[in-house]
Design a binder for this molecule. Sequence first.
Ligand code: SF4
Length: 360
Amino acid sequence: MAGPLARQDLAELERPELEEALAHLGSAPFHARQLYRWIHRRGVTDFGAMTDLSRDLRAALAARFTVSQPRVLHRDTSADGTTKSLLQLVDGAKIESVFIPDTPAMTFCISTQVGCAMRCGFCLTGKMGLVRNLTAGEIAGQVRLLAAERQMLDRRFNIVLMGMGEPLHNYDATMKALRMLADPMGLAVSPRRITLSTVGVLPALERLATEPLMPNLAVSLHATREDQRDLLVPLNRKYGLSELVEACRKFPLKRRSRITFEYVLLSGVNDTPEDARRLVKLLSGLKAKVNLLPLNEAAGIPFARPSDDRVSRFAEILADHHLTVSVRKSRGRDIRAACGQLIVEGARTSPAQAMAALMR
Ligand code: SF4
């Protein structure tokens, strides 16, 4: 628990909040802009290194504030360049973030929660349950850290909110992090380069539809029948498939943009030609593209990856019906690419024990 003398964490503040915090120090708004640039565009967290601020201001900042940053605990790099990082947060909680090169742009896949409450049947993170929400600073901090390490702070890249957690289940922190990342004084990431992936938390999806800062939307569908989705994505029992697709039809899309529907392919479960044809029918009339994700198998997941032939057949049926379809490449399979795998296997124990380790 923070004591009364705990220093405020500036990594948690949007620029207007930072201006307000500095105003209490009697500092001019342009100092807040300089500070925001140091933290978010240059990735500097040590006030002493912020050389265009006066010595007195740097000392005053160091006395009252801190700038937190996740710490890299472990890193695996795949032969294809995909790098998965296990990060530790200030309270010791652990999350995963992934850097994926050449997709065709560079992409950072970041987490929004420690664990996840959604408990999707094919996902190791879901097996942990929800440990806690990430703060806005922890969400944005993953991008800042990973981009700084690769000297990419001044380059264009994509961000996908597809790591651990359900972003719409941590709505306020996620949207605040996106505003921080999009700030022109910071990394200035265009919302067109950000994709938020959800299993369909409908009230939050409706709220997202009203946001001034609108990321691209990806919807994790994974099934074509209510009973099938009830099993794979338990949230479906609350917000069913037909309601979700209806909400997608109403979602305000910019000109030329489309909703990406993600569909994890599980051998013998949802990968039949009938499933593919039902998917075509379900998405009929929607501005949609489909991203097929052959399962990244992992110990503890009771499903198997379909054969390449079966994946191709599924994709062909969608393409034959004029749906734009992509199939995820087998990126990072040599580095335990399944979401949550680094943490669960890193613990060399059961998911329950891994979860207990996460909370330590
Ligand atoms: S697939 Fe996504 S929403 Fe489902 S349990 Fe895993 S992290 Fe959560």
